[in-house]
Design a protein around this ligand. Sequence first.
Ligand code: HEC
Length: 287
Amino acid sequence: MIKKLLCALALMITCTGAHAAGGGYTLDKAPDRVNDLASLQNGAKLFVNYCLNCHSASSMRYNKLTDIGLTDQQIKESLLFTGEKVGDLMVGSLSAKDGKAWFGVPPPDLSVIARAKAQSASVTGADYIYTYLRTFYRDTSKPTGWNNLAFPNAGMPHVLWERQGPRSMTEVAMHQHEAAGEKGGHGHASWERVTTTYDAAGYATSKTEEIKDYNGNPSTVYQFKAADAARSAAYDNDMADLTAFMTWMSEPIQQTRKKIGVWVMLFLGLFLIVAWRLNASYWKHVK
Ligand code: HEC
C-alpha cells in the first residue's frame, strides 16, 4: 500500500517535471502588472478583441470590468460589439463543436487558464501565457501554418501576428551522435551542431556541422529575429498587459484579498496587545 502511494507520488513528480520542461523551452518571467489598472484595461481590450472570437471566459461578466476601473459606459462603447449587455457573461461566438471541427481541438475556456497553467511554485501560469503568446513562429509544415516553442504543435494559430510583425526563428541544437562506421565500436561519439532557421514565411533550412573538441552538454537555444524591433517590443509590452488581465481574471478577488489580509494582520496585532494586558490583569490578584 505504502509502496503504491510512493509510486504514485514518484509518477506525479516525473509528470510535472516533464511538463515544466514545456517542450524544452525555458519560460520567460511575466512582468507583474496585476495591480496596474492601465495595464489591466489594455489587457481587457486585447482579450475581448482578439481572444473571444474563439475562446470564452464564461465565469466572467463584462460588468466585472468595473473592478479594474472601467465605467459601464466605457465597457459598452469599446468592448461590446454584437449586442451583448454589460451584465452578460464573456462567452465567445464559437461553439465547442465548430472549434473541434476547425482546429482539431476546441479552444479551452480561458477564465482560469492562468491558474491552470501554473507549472511549479516558482513558474506561474502567467509565465506560461506570457511566453506562449510571444513564441509563435511560422512553420509551413503545420496545419495552421504556425508553431509555438512553449506549446509545440499547438492547434492555435498566431492570431496577433500582425501586431507583432514578421519574425524568423533559429534553433541551434548541440548534440552527440555516433560517428559513422563505428557501429558497436568504442562508442566514440562526436558532436554536431544543427542550425535550423524558419524564415518569416515559415520555410525551414537546416545545416549540420561536425564539432570537434566539444566538451559541454547537449543544449538547444532559440533565437527570434524581428523585422521591426520596435513593433516587436510594443507587442511584448501588450502581451505583458494581456497576461496581467488573464491572471486577474483567473482570480479577480486577489486585490481585495490582499487588502483584507492587511486589515486582518492589524487586527491580530491589536488583539495580541489587548490579550496580553488582560492576561496580566486577571492574574494580578491570584499570585
Ligand atoms: C482562431 C481561434 C483562436 C483565437 C482567436 C485564439 N485562440 Fe487560443 N486557442 C485556440 C485553440 C484551437 C486552442 C487549443 C490548442 C491545442 O490544444 O492544441 C487554443 C489554446 C489556447 C491556450 C491554451 C494553451 C495550452 O497550453 O493549452 C491559451 C492560453 C490560449 N489559447 C490563449 C489565447 C489568447 C490569449 C488569445 C487572444 C490573443 C487566443 N487564445 C485567441 C484557438 C484560438
